[in-house]
Design a protein around this ligand. Structure first.
Ligand SMILES: Cc1ncc(COP(=O)(O)O)c(C=O)c1O
Length: 362
C-alpha cells in the first residue's frame, strides 16, 4: 500500500494525448492535422530557433541562469515594469502550481469559472484545497458578478482565464473593473492571459491597470501560444514585488532552461512574427466562421487561437470520426469540441473532415 494524502488520491490525472506518430500508426493514417492544443501553427520566430541552437552548443553543461537576467531585463523594458515584478516559470502552468503552494493552506477555497482551464482545479486540489466552480454565463463568458458573490472567508484565490480556454471568450474592461471593486483586497486574483496576444478587441480587460495601483494580482502570460514555443516550456507572471518575493521562496532555482530563456529573449524581439501569427489566426478564424455557418455548426466567437463549437452531435463519436480522417481536436464534455485555428490547408482539411464526420455520426 502506498500512502497518499486523500486529496491527491482523488485527483484524476491529466491524460496526455498520444504522440502524433503513434496515433497515425494505430489508425493507419498519415499527414494528420493536430488542432488539439492551441499551438501556433506557424511555429516560433526563426530568430528564436537560431537562439536555441546557439544556446545549446554554448552551454548545456552549465545550469541555466536562475534569475533569467537578460530575459527579465528585456521583458521589463517591453512591458514598462520594474524587473522585480516578473517571475518566470516552466510554462505558465508551473506558476499556477507555485502560486497555490505559496498562498493556500489545506482547506482554503479558490474560485474559478467552469468550464475553464482544467489545470486550476487540479492545482488547487493538489494542495488540499477546494476549487469552487462558478458556471459561465449563457454566452460562455466568466460570470464575474457570480464569482464575486461566491467569495467567503475561506477564499484565498480567484482564477480568471481571459481569454477563457476552452470557450475563447473575454471579459471586458468595465466588467473586470467592477469585479475588482467588489472583491476584497487581500484575495490573490490570478488573471491567466495565456492568449493575450490574440485578444485584440478594444474592450479586452486591462488587468495591468489594477496591478499598477497595488492590487494583489498575478497576471500570467506565456511563450507557448502566439510565440510558438510550447515545447520549450516558458511563461511568466507580472505581479507585485512582494508577491514575486513570496513565490520565489517556492520556485525551484533553475526552473527555466537555458534554451528556453534564450529563445524567449529572441522571440520578444521579433514583433513581426507575432503580428503575422495574429493575422494568420484572424484569417483562419474568419474562414472557419464562414464554413461553420455553411455547415450550420454553432460556435462561440473567439478571442484566441481556437474555436469552441457545439455541433449538435455526440462529441466523442465526432472526435473518433475526425480522428479516422486524420484530424485531432479536443472533445469537451458530451456536446462540444474545441479546435485550434490552423494554417489555411489545415483549416480546409478540418472543415472537409467535419462535414463528412457530421454526416457519419449525425
Ligand atoms: C488558459 C491557459 N492557461 C495556461 C496554459 C498553460 O500554458 P503554458 O504552461 O504552456 O504556459 C494554457 C495552455 O493550454 C491555457 O490554455
Amino acid at each position: 500500500m502506498i500512502k497518499v494524502p486523500h486529496y491527491v488520491a482523488s485527483i484524476s490525472p491529466y491524460v496526455p494525448g498520444k504522440p502524433v506518430e503513434e496515433l497515425e500508426r494505430e489508425l493507419g493514417i498519415s499527414n494528420s492535422v493536430k488542432l488539439a492544443s492551441n499551438e501556433n501553427p506557424l511555429g516560433p520566430s526563426p530568430k528564436a530557433v537560431e537562439a536555441i541552437n546557439s544556446s545549446v552548443t554554448a552551454s548545456l553543461n552549465r545550469y541555466p541562469d536562475g534569475g533569467s537576467y537578460y530575459l527579465r531585463e528585456a521583458l521589463a523594458k517591453k512591458l514598462q515594469v520594474n524587473d522585480d515584478t516578473l517571475i518566470f516559470g516552466n510554462g505558465s502552468n508551473e506558476l499556477l502550481d507555485i502560486a497555490v503552494k505559496t498562498f493556500m493552506e489545506p482547506g482554503d477555497d479558490a474560485i474559478m469559472a467552469w468550464p475553464s482551464f482544467v489545470v486550476y482545479p487540479m492545482a488547487v486540489q493538489a494542495v488540499g484545497c477546494n476549487g469552487i466552480k462558478v458556471d459561465l454565463t449563457s454566452d460562455m463568458r466568466h460570470d464575474l458578478n457570480a464569482m464575486a458573490d461566491a467569495v467567503t472567508d475561506k477564499t484565498r484565490m480567484i482564477f480568471i482565464a481571459n481569454p477563457n480556454n476552452p470557450t475563447g471568450t473575454i471579459n471586458t474592461i468595465n466588467e473586470f473593473d467592477e469585479f475588482m471593486e467588489r472583491v476584497p483586497k487581500d484575495i490573490i486574483i490570478v488573471v491567466d492571459e495565456a492568449y493575450y496576444e490574440y485578444a485584440t478587441d478594444s474592450q479586452y480587460a486591462d488587468s495591468m491597470k489594477h496591478l499598477r495601483v497595488g492590487r494583489n494580482l498575478l497576471i500570467l502570460r506565456t511563450f507557448s501560444k502566439a510565440y510558438g514555443l510550447a515545447g520549450l516550456r516558458i511563461g511568466y507572471a507580472i505581479t507585485l514585488p512582494e508577491i514575486a518575493n513570496e513565490l520565489n521562496k517556492i520556485r525551484e532555482p533553475f526552473n527555466t532552461s537555458t534554451p528556453a530563456q534564450a529563445a524567449a529573449l529572441a522571440a520578444l524581439e521579433d514583433d513581426e512574427h507575432i503580428k503575422n501569427s495574429v493575422e494568420s489566426n484572424a484569417a483562419g478564424r474568419d474562414y472557419l466562421y464562414a464554413e461553420l455557418d455553411k455547415l450550420g455548426v454553432k460556435y462561440i466567437p473567439t478571442h484566441a487561437n481556437f474555436i469552441f463549437m457545439l455541433p449538435g452531435v455526440d462529441a466523442a463519436a465526432l472526435n473518433n470520426a475526425l480522428l479516422k480522417r486524420g484530424v485531432i481536436i479536443r472533445p469537451m464534455g458530451e456536446k462540444a469540441i474545441r479546435a485550434t485555428i490552423g494554417l489555411e490547408e489545415e483549416n480546409k482539411t478540418f472543415i472537409r473532415a467535419l462535414e463528412e464526420s457530421m454526416e457519419e455520426v449525425g
